[in-house]
Every structure is written in structure tokens, then in C-alpha cells.
Design a protein around this ligand. Sequence first.
Ligand SMILES: O=C(O)CCC(=O)C(=O)O
Ligand SMILES: [Fe+2]
Length: 506
Amino acid sequence: DIDYHTEYYSSSIVGLVKLLDIENQFVLRMKEYAEALEEKLATLKIYLKTLERKRPQSEKEQKQYLANPLHEFSLIRRLRQDWPTLQKYTKQEVGAEQLQAMTELLVKAPNEDDMLEMLKGIDRIEYVYDLNPIDMSLGRLQDREFGQTLSIRDCLALAQHKYEKKDYGGAFAWYSIALKREREPKAFTYDKVLGTALNGVREQFAKMRFLKVMAKQEPLLSDKQVRDEVEKALNKSSPAFVDHFVNELLEQEDGGVLWHDKKLQEPYYLGCRGGYPKRTNLHCRYNTTTTPFLRLAPFKMEEVSLDPYIVLYHNVISDSEIEDIKQHATNFTNGLSRNPLLNVTDKPQIVARMQWVEKMTPFTDRINLRITDITGFGVDECKTVQIANYGIGGHFIPHFDYTTEGRVSINDTFGIGDRTATIVFYASDMQGGATVFPNIQVTVQPQKGSALHWYNLFDDDSPNPLTLHSVCPVISGSRWTLTKFIHSDAQLFRKPCLARVAQLRK
Ligand SMILES: O=C(O)CCC(=O)C(=O)O
Ligand SMILES: [Fe+2]
């Protein structure tokens, strides 16, 4: 049974906005709770003060005090009546309503999956774009400066994640950053509430170094053997030795170089980093011929590739149409990795939220008409469009849109023919998130309002493997797209495609 949550926060900015709101509510409740505590504290303090004023201190004072029979009476009455009440008062739960509200809010908090997806997303950005962890920790992502955004606890969570995935060099780098980071003036208070941040981190840091070196020197050992050996060595070392070792490592300028041995030349990653050679001999022109409409309102058309045929159309959807796209994304599922019809793998092919828009509205009619105007394809056989939203680190690994083993989608094309062509409307600007065709070395950076259109099949309907394509991890911003697959069996347009798909699934 797949565990479904009502909300997934990672992989989409839409989810994160909700999360910010939840945090705001949580903070508000916590404030109210603190105020209730303060109020109780103030009451107690006032009461204690009055008591103290009345109470005799020295032995002599005490004798005098008890000589007064009214005091004697008062003492007995207080102990008998006031103190039990006071004790009850101290035991009374403070801010019960706020505590309850916070408990309820925590139910909506990200779960372990969300946390893991987020860690993987950040990890993916670091890896694919070959970012230096030190730069990242200071909020420098490629050529953009966001300012310091990662706390010591953030760095430690990333280090721990790297350690768990056996990336000891990466873990070493992030532990080093956490240890070098100056602690906030209030760090002690935070530690009291959240636990001691740097507890055992120096030892862990030394261990990463040993693990990395041992794995390199003894390539024949399994990971378990490497870990065992390092554990043995560490147990034999005195704490003073480890301490000295850690200090020396931290003093080295290049303490972080261990992370730098990645397989960065994979064609897909190279494309994400803008590493393909510049294209030549392609044209930018106005398309005025596809349909009569275009003679009146031509689209600026940029040829991206001739084989397969890929074109980029500029300014083909307006800002208000983009708002419509977002309005239609009401029922997101978290990419295919969460699709119950598919195997859930630990290496998800898509990290994004997607939705098929099946209900036809004036908006979908308009988009379909626009697609016909731009591409010349009739789309009556399938009016459905797909909306996607990729969050930080969101991506789509290299795949084909046509029906082969490499295709990663559900069998929604059966009965209406294969996916002859694809058109992707870019509904936002972002950093990262390029569409990359690794087999032809083409990278297209999305521009809000433009649309990328390509042919997946040859004229005889056989697949063109040069159409392999992918979406690079999003670094910042929210990647919104509307995708339309154009099917080959346009003559079967009498039935809506989804009804036919549903029939076929039975
Ligand atoms: O969003 C993109 O750039 C490509 C999306 C894609 O490949 C797909 O939906 O099949
Ligand atoms: Fe695709």
C-alpha cells in the first residue's frame, strides 16, 4: 500500500508557499504560548513577592512573628487553603489552546519523504552544476548571490545526508563548513532548545577524512569493510590525537578539496551547465505560413535544430494566460515518482508536480487553438494538456516522449497513436531548469511566454532517438510549464482521448 499524504512540500514551490504559511501560523501560536507563560510567571512573581515581604527572616523575627496569635492562625490557614490551590495553579497547563493548535499544525509539517526529497534536490543542484559547497553555504549559486542562507544545522543535515549516501568527500566538506562557521551569539540558547548542534561533529568530520582516504587506498574493500576499518582505527586513537588532527585539517585552506571527484562529463550534466558548443547556421524568422491566422499575427520563430526538428517560438502566451495555467493546476500529483501506476524507484525520474488537465474550459480551447496556429497540427484527437511545476532541485531525467522502453510515462497514448511531436510552453523564468537534448548537444533555457516544439518521430512514424531530452534541476525560481503531446492518429478524433485510454486500461 502506498502511503498517500494530502500534501507534498518538496519538488514544488506551490507546496512551499503553503509551508511558509504554516510556519507563520506556528510562530504566531508559539508567541501566544510564550505570552501565556509570561503572564503566569508574572502572576507567580507578584504573589511570591507579597509573601516574601510578610515572612520573618531571622530567628528573632520568627519568634516575634509567632508570638502574634493572628499570625499563627494565618500560617495554618495559608498552608491549609492557599498552598494547595497555588500548587494546582502551577500545575495548570499554560496555553492549552495554543499547544493544541501547534500539535495540529505539526500534522501538516513536512514528513521524512519531504525532507529527503529536499536534501536530494539540494544535493542534485550541487552535483549537476558543480557548485562549491562553501559558495553554496554562503548563498552563492552560480553567478547569483542570495546572501548567507544556510545555518550550521542546515550544513550538518546536508553533511549527514552525504554520509548516508556514502559520499564521504561531500560529507567532509559540509562538516568542515559547519565547524568553521562562527556560532551565533545566541547559540547556547538554541542548543538548549534544539540539542547541542556540534555534539560529536569534530569526530564525525575526522571520520569522513579517514573513510575517504581508506576507500581510495583500498579500492577492493567493500563499504562495510571500509567503515569497520575506520571504526577500529578511530577507537584506537586517543581523543587528543583526533582533536589535534581535526584542528590541522580545519587550518588547511583546501580542507574541502575532497568533494571534487565527480562524473561531471556526462552529456546531460554538461548541457545543464551550458557546456555544449555554440550552434551555427540556424535562423530566426517570423512564421506567417502555418495557418491563415499567422498572416495576421506572426510568431517569432527560432530554429534550434534541424534533426530532430526543434523550434522555439517567442512570446506565444501572455501573462494572463500564464495565470490561467496556474489556476488550472488544482490537483497536482508529485510527478511520476508518486504515481501508483508506476514503480516507485529510489531514483525518481521526475521530481516535479504534474497534472493532466482533462476538463475542457475556454482556456484549454484557447491553448489548443494556439497550438494548431503555431504548429499546424490538429489536436482534436486529444485535447488534454499537462501542467507541471518544478521546485528547487526538481528535474526530469533524460527520456523519450514516444512509446518505447525508455519512455517513462503511463500508457496514455494507446489508441490515439504515438507522440509525433511535443510542445512545451514555458510559463516562468528561472535559474537552472533548462530543457536539454543530450544526443544533439542542445540546451534551451526557458523564457517565460515562449514555447519549444519538436518532432519525436520520423515521417514514417518510427522513433528518432536523437530526441532524447531532459529537464535540468531548478536552482531557483519556480518552473511552470504546459506540455502538449501531439498524437499521430488524428483521424480517430471522434472520441475524447481519455475515454479511450480508460477503455483500454480496463
Ligand atoms: O518541461 C520540459 O522542458 C520538458 C518536459 C518533458 O520532457 C515532458 O513532459 O515529457
Ligand atoms: Fe518529454
